[in-house]
Design a protein around this ligand. Sequence first.
Ligand SMILES: Nc1ncnc2c1ncn2[C@@H]1O[C@H](COP(=O)(O)OP(=O)(O)OP(=O)(O)O)[C@@H](O)[C@H]1O
Ligand SMILES: [Mg+2]
Length: 291
Amino acid sequence: MIIEHLSYSYNSGTPSEALALKDVSVSVSRGEWVSIVGHTGSGKSTLAQHMNALLIPQSGLVEIDGVQVTPKAKGLRELRRKVGLVFQYPEQQFFAETARDEIAFAPANWGASGEELEQCVDYAVSSVGLEPDLLGANPFSLSGGQQRRVAMASVIAMKPDYLVLDEPTAGLDAPGINELIRLLKKLRSEGLAVIQVTHDLQSALDHSDRLLVLENGMSVAGGAPEEIAQYLLENPVRGLVMPPLVQFAAGLRERGITLDLTSDIGTIIKKIEERRPCAGIAGERQDTCSF
Ligand SMILES: Nc1ncnc2c1ncn2[C@@H]1O[C@H](COP(=O)(O)OP(=O)(O)OP(=O)(O)O)[C@@H](O)[C@H]1O
Ligand SMILES: [Mg+2]
């Protein structure tokens, strides 16, 4: 997927025109996990909706597997199957009377029936850890976390090549978030592209291959987690809070400990322990030394 110089305004040409994206470029390959981070109103959802041709570019390019998204492009329907979008607010995508019908809708629409359709539904339900007892429930009657799972299952059932998730951890508890991360890693290892829109910078730094940082509709940084942590340390973005672990790693660096800003807690502890003997620090007793 290639996005180049994408700009988009809501209510274009009216007094309430709002510029949501300005000159944004990003590319995503299969088997890659890219996170889009930014403050509220920075344009993340607007970008996500361009990725499955729900919004059509007003200027710039969106191209998915060789198909350019334009108002009259042939193959937009196929693109929307290929790029599954899980909405920021799951209830925005519900329309069926039961969770099962919600999940079965897309594969049925694409021609699956009988045993094949059952397999699609079972695969999606077990992938997202949805309790099968809930399949008969009205999706609107479910909890936030259960709704999120139904919404994800309904997209995964289409077997997309690109999975775009807008704030997927919202409404999930800690075990639910861990399960989701495991699922996304598995899908990535199977060759899917995962595009995660999130406020959770720690999770994005921990799991993504690359991040894109949006600020006021513009892409201000893009790159590997370590590069982005360094960038954000030097150029704080309003509304994006530096994760405590990154701040801690940065503090250790200032005290002369060489480590990556995105080091995990185990690595950080090891680095501190290596430093404990304080060899070479004049005037400090070993037992009282702090790094
Ligand atoms: N339907 C709409 N009509 C008019 N303006 C809109 C609409 N949707 C979004 N906007 C405006 O476009 C800008 C980007 O919105 P967008 O929803 O893409 O941001 P976001 O980064 O997803 O925010 P959040 O983190 O709150 O979900 C904002 O200024 C917003 O007010
Ligand atoms: Mg949003």
